[in-house]
Write a protein that binds this ligand. Sequence first.
Ligand code: 1HE
Length: 270
Amino acid sequence: SLSRPVGAPALVEVELHDCVATLTLNRPDKRNALSLGVIGELRAAFESLPDAVRAVVLSGRGEHFCAGLDLSELTETSPAEGLMHSRSWYEVFDRIQFGRRPVVCVMHGAVVGGGLELASVAHVRVAERSAYFGLPEGQRGIFLGGGGSVRVSKLIGGSRVAEMMLTGRVYNAEEAFQVGLTHYTVPDGEGLARGLELARRIASNAPLSNFAIMQALPLIAEQPMAHGLLTEGLMAAVTQSDGEAKARMRAFLEKRVAKVTPPEARVSNA
Ligand code: 1HE
């Protein structure tokens, strides 16, 4: 929306489904490569969501989720410009990760380089069977620059990230699930439906619980144990003293809401 030529299609499409919004990378001819325009529209899309939206599903149009950084725009000529390019991604990605709404990322086809860095910003990751995951930066002569050293390493460990980058290893959907890159693997074509279902569940949580999960949990993970326990205790006190929590606990005790039920018989991690 920022610098898109008049009449040009949105690079990030936004659709509202009540309390859930779908954001779709829409540059399929370039495999949804992350140009400055795409990053700018991603930011604008998140910022312009109505208050009623409580969760987001992020996916990509075409054959692939995302081919990473738009290599045709890798025009920085000085180290300072390169640093500022990364900083501009960090700002947008941080706003998404630590924003107001949990994000479910639905992936298929290539999820590579900056595409994997973007996926690692989301809070829940769903991969269709066609999805594959790589960090080809080593092969391109560059380095991670969209937060992957931090975020992807937190997901699967620095050792696996180093090995992926050194050898060009690509994980398929099942392997990505096994190492902890994703939370669900679903048949091709079913990712969006699963993403929407998960987003609706997220949106039905108490907002304060989702706030604690998005804002406190990542901080607690970085705190020394004693600090983490104190932060947890404070967040527990704040959430449970909210009227919403009291109403929800009463609803359970009065048998007005569903119990926790065992997962249905299922195949693999579907
Ligand atoms: C692109 C890009 C791109 C495709 N930047 N233009 N990322 C990579 O190193 C991955 C590079 N891309 C690929 O390996 C493949 O394109 C895919 C496996 C993703 C898809 O293959 P395919 O056969 O479906 O498509 P294609 O024919 O390779 O590409 C179609 C077009 O998209 C083509 O342009 P065209 O004008 O010839 O039609 C490609 O040039 C274009 N295209 N990927 C620019 N990435 C902040 S640091 C993050 C650092 C990184 O992300 S490094 C990793 C970059």
